[in-house]
Design a binder for this molecule. Structure first.
Ligand SMILES: [Zn+2]
Ligand SMILES: [Zn+2]
Length: 565
């Protein structure tokens, strides 16, 4: 991207739009729209690392390609409060000045994140509501209500000197929204009538025929579960799935169960939702997680996180019987009220097997209709295209396969119209330049990723660079542990292989202490934990990172190796 609007051959300046993430992975949704002295970033998402990336807590897009510019007017615009849309905002706020626009719930979730990471907010967070308009430099931003799996979601229309660009955010068309806040058909249609230069639209569920369905659709299946379960009911979902939580709280009241929010994330987010009125929980209904064991099981509903099999989540702890307050009994039912995010299947499967060992009933979306997606299926995506009638269409948010299918759908939909849509199938880092007639990919920039570990507030370059630097500065520790697959017994003494670590050898070697520490950790772990390599690797890694930080002030890359015997 250049500092001045690009001159087209005709002499008309062009509008550059640069997607930096979210076009081929789940997460990292980020798109930069610029014009002269104005730069607007739509969403700034993060993603959680694959298990192979040990020592990394979070991945964010690399914003370096935007940084050589110092535009006078900058703003970050957020469509909604999911991590894959706001997770990188603290980093963006450190790198760019300017306001952050979002709805009340989005900003409340963001504020909690900023406080945790000690990013000063000053007066930079600006609450917006659907149909509000805000001027940023040469752009006017407009917000349109959409429905999704959480409240307070918007699409963004950016009115630019070249034309209007619409970004759908994540959406489905829920005709019976739990909070009564409807998808804004009227304004999308009006924009379409006024003329839209480009539509960027969510492709996640393009492969599903028909419509996705409403958040109220799960009520029936949950009523059956509430009516038939004799023990506790434990439901795992994202803490931000507030419609789901509301359905469950309402049913708990109807069926005489108290509600416990279990796990830090669930407690924090549900408190924000209650404070802002997005989640209504009668005071007499709630109970602390520490009180769960004192209540008759048939009077308890636990709302937990961990639906993706995250090793340190409340559900994983409950599943291996290591949770302080909540245990599982054969009469209990555990409901996975969420979808499996691709890549998490094995971790989820491990948790399900642990739960099965406890004898509890397990229900997921394959067994009963306990989950509805938040993303529109093909008919809803066609509706969006028909309402907005854009000149150009860029499918976003999905794998290449999903985006190319979305592209074909758009082409088929408009084939017989006087002016068929122009489809642009771009990738992360491909700069699209628009003029009044259309757009095309003109350049590729390096759209890297930055890996963040909990300790470093700012990223350290892109993936390879980051690993190399980490190794060069902090060295590498590979604890090797041999575990008997059948008995769960630890064989021999954990071995510590190190490279590039500055330590003196001798009887007092910290390595010996590290080895002893791991031996103790393994001895205190249950057999189930020891034979679950996901959990045990995570625990060893956390423990050793803490040890080296405290003892030596070093942050080596820790890569536990578990040998099965
Ligand atoms: Zn979302
Ligand atoms: Zn999303």
């Amino acid at each position: 991207m250049t500092d001045a609007p690009v001159e087209a051959p005709s002499g008309l300046p062009k509008l550059p739009v640069l997607p930096l993430g979210g076009l081929s992975e789940f997460g990292l949704n980020t798109m930069a729209v610029s014009w002269g002295d104005t730069l607007v970033v739509v969403d700034a998402g993060s993603m959680f690392p694959e298990p192979e990336l040990l020592g990394v807590d979070l991945i964010i897009p690399d914003y370096a390609c935007l940084q050589h510019r110092q535009p006078r007017h900058t703003a970050v615009v957020l469509t909604h409060g999911h991590e894959d849309h706001i997770g990188a905002v603290p980093h963006v706020m450190r790198q760019f000045a300017g306001p952050v626009f979002g709805t009340p719930l989005t900003l409340a979730l963001l504020e909690a994140k900023l406080a945790e990471q000690r990013v000063s907010v000053d007066d930079r967070l600006h609450v917006v509501h659907p149909r509000d308009r805000m001027v940023v430099g040469d752009f006017t931003l407009e917000f349109l209500r959409v429905t999704h799996s959480m409240p307070d979601c918007v699409a963004v229309a950016i009115h630019t000197p070249v034309g209007t660009v619409v970004h759908s955010g994540d959406f489905k068309i829920d005709q019976t929204p739990i909070d009564g806040e409807h998808f804004d058909f009227h304004r999308f249609a009006e924009l379409g009538a006024e003329g839209v230069l480009a539509l960027f639209s969510d492709s996640t569920n393009i492969e599903r025929p028909g419509v996705t369905g409403s958040e109220v659709d799960v009520i029936e299946a949950f009523e059956e579960i509430f009516a038939s379960t004799r023990g506790k009911i434990i439901t795992a979902s994202f803490a931000t799935s507030m419609y789901r939580l509301q359905v469950l709280v309402t049913l708990a009241e109807k069926f005489g169960r108290r509600v416990a929010f279990v796990g830090r994330g669930m407690v924090e987010v549900s408190q924000i939702a209650q404070r802002l009125g997005y989640l209504k929980v009668p005071a007499h209904l709630t109970v602390r997680e520490s009180e769960v064991k004192n209540l008759p099981p048939e009077q308890v509903l636990c709302l937990v996180t961990g639906s993706q099999g995250e090793p340190m989540s409340a559900l994983s702890r409950i599943a291996i019987d290591e949770h302080k307050h909540v245990g599982l009994m054969p009469d209990d039912t555990v409901v996975f009220s969420s979808r499996e995010i691709p890549g998490n299947e094995r971790a989820i499967d491990r948790v399900i097997n642990h739960i099965a060992r406890r004898g509890a009933e397990i229900v997921n979306e394959h067994i009963k209709h306990v989950h509805v997606s938040g993303h529109g299926s093909s008919e809803e995506l066609k509706t969006m295209l028909s309402l907005v009638r854009p000149r150009c269409f860029v499918p976003i948010h999905g794998t290449f396969r999903q985006r190319s299918r979305h592209a074909r759908t758009a082409e088929r939909l408009t084939r017989n119209l006087p002016s068929p849509v122009q489809v642009i199938l771009a990738d992360n880092g491909e700069n699209i330049e628009f003029d009044r007639d259309g757009g095309r990919v003109t350049a590729r920039v390096h759209a890297g990723r930055v890996l963040i570990d909990g300790a470093s507030a700012s990223g350290l370059g892109d993936e390879v660079l980051r690993d190399r630097r980490h190794l060069a500065e902090d060295g590498l520790v590979v604890p090797v542990v041999a575990i008997n697959k059948q008995t769960g017994a630890v064989e021999g003494v954990p071995d510590m292989i190190t490279r590039g670590l500055a330590i003196e050898q001798g009887a007092e070697s910290p390595l010996r202490d590290a080895s002893r520490l791991i031996a103790e950790l393994l001895a205190s772990a249950s057999i189930e934990e020891r034979t679950d390599y996901g959990i045990i690797r995570d625990r060893i890694s956390v423990e050793l990172r803490r040890f080296f930080r405290k003892r030596l002030g070093q942050r080596p890359l820790v890569l536990p190796v578990i040998m099965e015997i």
